[in-house]
Design a protein around this ligand. Structure first.
Ligand SMILES: Cc1ncc(COP(=O)(O)O)c(C=O)c1O
Length: 423
């Protein structure tokens, strides 16, 4: 029998299952390895889901007109004028990203580090992956000079990089690339004829929208940017699997959209009817949805900033988080004391945090980063307690002072501080 190539399962999902198993066996762990926005489902969303139960027919592959219209409205309100025909809805943005990688020819350029699924998807699509270091100021985008150098090297080696993925705001660094950098990268994409996939699934989780300018590459290079997004993060609906993609207007955009629809028709057929009902309601952004999005962005920001403070106090370098629910500390300043205790790379650092302090983090090597670096991702969105405590956290002026969250933060502080070798 032909042997199958057994790629490992996605590391964040694998760690999540490990945590469930060890907790069931009675262990106390602080789970910082899974980017799930664990918040209660807004009752109005559950009502829409129930009301959509009779929508059991397949329907159009790209999604019904009503939901695509609502999604077009969402983008149009964000300075991206959009027609329903430019939109596809799908069971999560992950399959949309996979379909894009399948239909767009050429190899993939990725910021380094990046969310852990882009690179394995590229491998499934038969692409080579070129990781490009991120700038000192933020993640989610490659440093432009390093991108130019990588393009030269890749082409000289016979590769054909055509696709550039940007994550705005970023998972894993929790930062947002500023407009000037987006403009520079868009100019470069034009000069080098790259298609940009702008993953904007965290767009509505900018912690302080009044103080943070968001510029989508689709505003600057509309002819060559596909935007993906979804409701997994903003409304905490990861398991409901609602994702969207917005394609460029015009003939080239339509060709690309048709290619993704064709792939979708062979893989997932369509987004489940009841979920389309939910998405149509949510993307129209009635006041209760807007209020929930604001409250959760505020909560995510408060807790991510607290974990950032803890990391810096423990001696790490760390970009200050401004979006999403992640921090990405670099413990390079403690390399000496860590090496003395057998911690020499991101895998041994993550293992030490788990064994010594019960902290579960995702080592940077699992995100395409240099395995020798002492970096990891800490997702801060699973620290909000049970459902009643999550409601409390959403309403609190300072959620980090709620006893259940303060307790988790204290455990993180103890774990990070131990890395200095004090105890
Ligand atoms: C950057 C990024 N993009 C895409 C996704 C996929 O989300 P979904 O498939 O639930 O839309 C995630 C989820 O972790 C993510 O962090």
């Amino acid at each position: 029998m032909t042997a199958v190539t057994a790629a490992p399962p996605s590391p964040n999902l694998a760690l999540n299952q490990m945590v469930d198993r060890r907790r069931a066996a009675g262990e106390s762990l602080v789970h910082l390895a899974f980017g799930e926005a664990r918040l209660p489902v807004l009752p109005q969303l559950a009502d829409r889901l129930a009301a959509g139960a009779a929508r059991a027919a397949y329907g159009p592959v790209a999604g019904a007109e009503g939901v695509r219209d609502a999604v077009a409205g969402y983008f149009t309100r964000r300075r991206l004028p959009t027609e329903a025909g430019q939109v596809i809805v799908a069971p999560g943005s992950k399959p949309l990203l996979m379909a894009l990688q399948l239909v767009v020819p050429g190899d993939l350029l990725l910021p380094r580090p990046a969310w852990n699924s882009y690179a394995p998807q590229a491998v499934y699509a038969g692409k080579k992956v070129f990781g490009v270091p991120i700038p000192a100021q933020c993640g989610g985008v490659p440093d432009p000079a390093a991108l130019r150098a990588t393009l030269r090297r890749a082409r000289a080696a016979g590769a054909d990089p055509r696709l550039l993925v940007l994550t705005l705001p970023d998972n894993p660094t929790g930062t947002l690339a500023p407009p000037a950098l987006i403009r520079e990268l868009c100019a470069l994409a034009r000069a080098e004829d790259l298609l940009i996939v702008s993953d904007e699934i965290y767009r509505d989780i900018v912690h302080d929208p009044a103080a943070t300018a968001f510029l989508s590459p689709a505003e600057v290079a509309p002819e060559r940017t596909v935007v993906t997004s979804g409701l997994s993060k903003t409304l905490g609906l990861g398991g409901w699997r609602i994702g969207v993609a917005r394609f460029p207007a015009g003939d080239t955009g339509a060709l690309l959209r048709d290619a993704v629809v064709a792939a979708a028709s062979e893989i997932w057929s369509t987004l489940a009817g009841p979920m389309q009902q939910v998405a149509e309601y949510a993307y129209a952004e009635p006041p209760e949805i807007v209020a929930r999005m604001r409250a959760s962005a505020r909560l995510h920001g408060a807790v991510a900033r607290a974990v950032h403070r803890i990391a810096v106090e423990a001696g790490a370098d760390c970009r200050a988080p401004t979006g999403g629910f992640y921090v990405y500390p670099d413990f390079a300043p403690l390399r000496g004391p860590l090496a003395a205790r057998g911690v020499t790379d991101s895998a041994s650092l993550a293992a030490r945090l788990l064994d010594d302090a019960g902290l579960v983090v995702l080592g940077g090597h699992l995100l395409g980063d240099d395995p020798q670096a002492l970096r990891f991702k800490a997702a801060t969105s699973l620290l909000y307690g049970d459902e009643r405590q999550q409601e409390q956290a959403l309403r609190a002026d300072d959620p980090t002072r709620l006893p259940h969250i303060a307790g988790e933060l204290a455990a993180i502080a103890r774990g990070f501080t131990r890395l200095k070798g004090a105890s």
